[in-house]
Design a protein around this ligand. Structure first.
Ligand SMILES: *Cc1c(COP(=O)(O)O)cnc(C)c1O
Length: 379
């Protein structure tokens, strides 16, 4: 029976990926230097996002790291970042010795709030990192307006949003550089993997250089910088080519799942549901909800209740401003507070959103959630 096991998401890997992966292995084309599938996958990502360049890497986190290096972020530089995100958005900033400035989120999409960005924009920012959280584009029109006015480059973290559009433009090609993740549960997967997309040749060149140990041009082993090994393998690219073929179907699935959950939950005023604002196309990476009157403890209870019903429900991210390490590092009084991001950190859950989930299972998920909420209200 399905009741025993509804995972939060499972990748949908088609035969096309399997066949290409076999071909790569049989030809012994395994490394990050192979020309078998890597150039093809790279070109396809660039074409799909609509940028001149794409640079494949081994993770979304690496992509963010290289994007920061690409625009020249150094120790001591201030970088504004949407406070509510996977901490993978923040860690590369800290690792480069730069100073993250958390920016609060909007109440409907949980993306960076341009009016809060406006409060910090004149503090000498060297970059802005925008996240398209849960697959809904951030308010790029307003953010780019501010960024252009103050000449601050914008990095888009598109890890959850490949295929989403904002005023008909794909995310990842709106700011100066886009960062993508191909982790197992993202819109497409190569197991682990990622990419940068950019129209800026200089950023692409620097990313290529640093992703592969910054080998020297004249003499290979006289390196031009202390580079990384962030290369994607040909095996991953083989899977990726097959995955990208299927992305329209994946997006359709995700949007249908969202539509049906919303139909079932629309009248339940204890829960805030995901939205799609005008002029945006959301890929609804995960069906994320907010339990309005909950807190960390109540949410744990819901997660446990659902687990005993055989349903995997995940807590949403915890904001930058709630990370104990961060507060210790800078001193709590020195970290800008972002109250809405903190509230969502306590109240967000996401429901099973895998490509294979049936309507029967979604009804069961919603019923189990509502049973849990009723139980908590009575206790
Ligand atoms: C998944 C994710 C990342 C990191 O991607 P990895 O490929 O796991 O390194 C970064 N930002 C956001 C918003 C993500 O969801």
């Amino acid at each position: 029976m399905f009741r025993k096991n509804i995972p939060v998401a499972k990748p949908n890997i088609t035969f096309s990926s399997v066949a290409k992966l076999m071909r790569a292995i049989l030809k012994k084309e395994v490394s990050g230097y192979s020309k078998q599938y890597l150039p093809q996958f790279e070109a396809q990502i660039a074409k799909y996002v609509g940028t001149k360049n794409a640079v494949l890497v081994n993770s979304g986190t690496s992509a963010i790291h290289l994007a920061l290096i690409g625009i020249g972020i150094k120790a001591g530089d201030k970088v504004a970042v949407s406070s509510y995100t996977n901490m993978a958005t923040f860690f590369p900033i800290l690792q480069l010795g730069a100073i993250p400035i958390p920016v609060d989120i909007e109440s409907r999409t949980w993306n960076m709030d341009p009016s809060d960005l406006e409060k910090v924009i004149s503090q000498g920012l060297k970059a802005i990192v925008v996240v398209h959280i849960f697959g809904h584009p951030a308010n790029m029109i307003e953010i780019m307006k501010l960024a252009d006015q103050y000449r601050v480059p914008v990095i888009e973290d598109c890890a959850e949003a490949l295929g989403a559009t904002h005023y008909s433009q794909k995310v990842g090609g709106i700011g100066v550089v886009g960062c993508h993740s191909f982790y197992a549960n993202k819109m497409i997967t190569t197991g682990e993997g990622g990419a940068l997309t950019t129209n800026n040749d200089d950023i692409a060149r620097r990313a290529r250089d640093f992703k592969s140990l910054s080998f020297g041009i004249e003499r290979k082993f006289i390196h031009s910088a202390d580079g990384y090994n962030f290369r994607m393998t040909n095996l991953q690219a083989a899977v990726g080519v097959g995955q990208l073929k299927n992305i329209d179907r994946t997006i359709r699935h995700k949007r249908n799942i969202a539509k049906f959950y919303t139909e079932l939950l629309r009248t339940d005023d204890r829960i805030q549901l995901p939205v799609e604002l005008d002029n945006n196309f959301s890929v609804v990476w995960m069906y994320h909800i907010r339990i309005k009157n909950s807190n960390f403890m109540k949410r744990d209870q819901i997660i446990n209740d659902m687990a005993s019903a055989g349903i995997e429900v995940r807590e949403g991210f915890a904001s930058y401003t709630l990370q104990e390490k961060v507060l210790k590092l800078w001193g709590q009084e020195n970290v800008r507070s972002t109250p809405l991001a903190e509230l969502i950190s306590e109240q967000c859950l996401y429901l099973p959103s895998g490509p294979k989930i049936s309507k029967t299972k979604m009804r069961y998920v919603v019923k189990s959630l509502q049973n849990s909420l009723n139980r908590i209200a009575e206790s």
